[in-house]
Design a protein around this ligand. Structure first.
Ligand SMILES: O=C(O)CCC(=O)C(=O)O
Length: 210
């Protein structure tokens, strides 16, 4: 570990001492905490799954093909409150580390993760609204890992027909995995927040869908 402790603390949680470590993931998934959402859906929180996550954050921030996307709603065009980047086939992702991460996730969950899409939440005002991922329309059950990099943000998941949400606080290097029927029967979001936050990147892994 790099022992340089002179770095000033970052209130947004973007860079801390753990970022100085060599990047590596915990292939034992030893810190996993499972929350059983209902009989058929679950979410795992794996705090500190990736060490040295600041390296991947910096690389993706600088090198991923970020774009601003728009959405049609009620006949009007809305700018999404975040930036997005995609590697529709991981073979095209230039960062070796992403291949290592996808491989570790595939080994653990028995799913060939071949597609990556990423969200960049530039500040605390960026967000993603309640939704289920596309895979939930195609498969009854799925296992969707999301790696958090950069600033600490809240991640919420609640029943599709409304109700109380489960809240997770995700720091850089944390992994969230939504499983079972979570993409069909539950909806997840990353809300805006009033407290300032630096940039956060979420890296979402999926198999290539038919
Ligand atoms: O940013 C996150 O943690 C979740 C991202 C997400 O739900 C999505 O891109 O579909």
């Amino acid at each position: 570990m790099n022992q340089n402790t002179s770095a000033s603390p970052d209130p947004a949680g973007q860079h801390d001492l753990f970022d100085e470590l060599e990047p590596a993931v915990d292939t034992a998934f030893g810190t996993t905490r499972r929350i059983q959402l209902d009989d058929t859906s679950w979410v795992d929180h794996v705090p500190g799954w990736m060490q040295g996550s600041g390296h991947l954050f910096d690389q993706l921030l600088n090198e991923a093909p970020w774009e601003q996307r728009y959405r049609m709603m009620f006949g009007r065009r809305f700018q999404e409150p975040r930036n997005t980047a995609e590697y529709p086939d991981i073979a095209d992702a230039p960062l070796e580390l992403l291949h290592t991460v996808a491989g570790a996730l595939s080994d653990q969950f028995g799913v060939p993760y071949r597609k990556i899409w990423m969200n960049l939440y530039r500040t605390n005002r960026d967000s993603t609204g309640w939704h289920g991922d596309l895979i939930g329309k195609v498969q009854e059950t799925s296992t969707v890992p999301v790696l958090s990099l950069g600033a600490t943000r809240r991640f919420l998941i609640r029943p599709a027909d409304g109700g109380k949400s489960v809240s997770l606080t995700l720091a850089s290097g944390d992994l969230v995995v939504m499983g079972g029927r979570a993409q069909r029967d539950w909806r997840h979001s990353v809300p805006k927040q009033s407290t300032p936050a630096g940039p956060r990147i979420s890296v979402n892994f999926a198999p290539i869908l038919p």
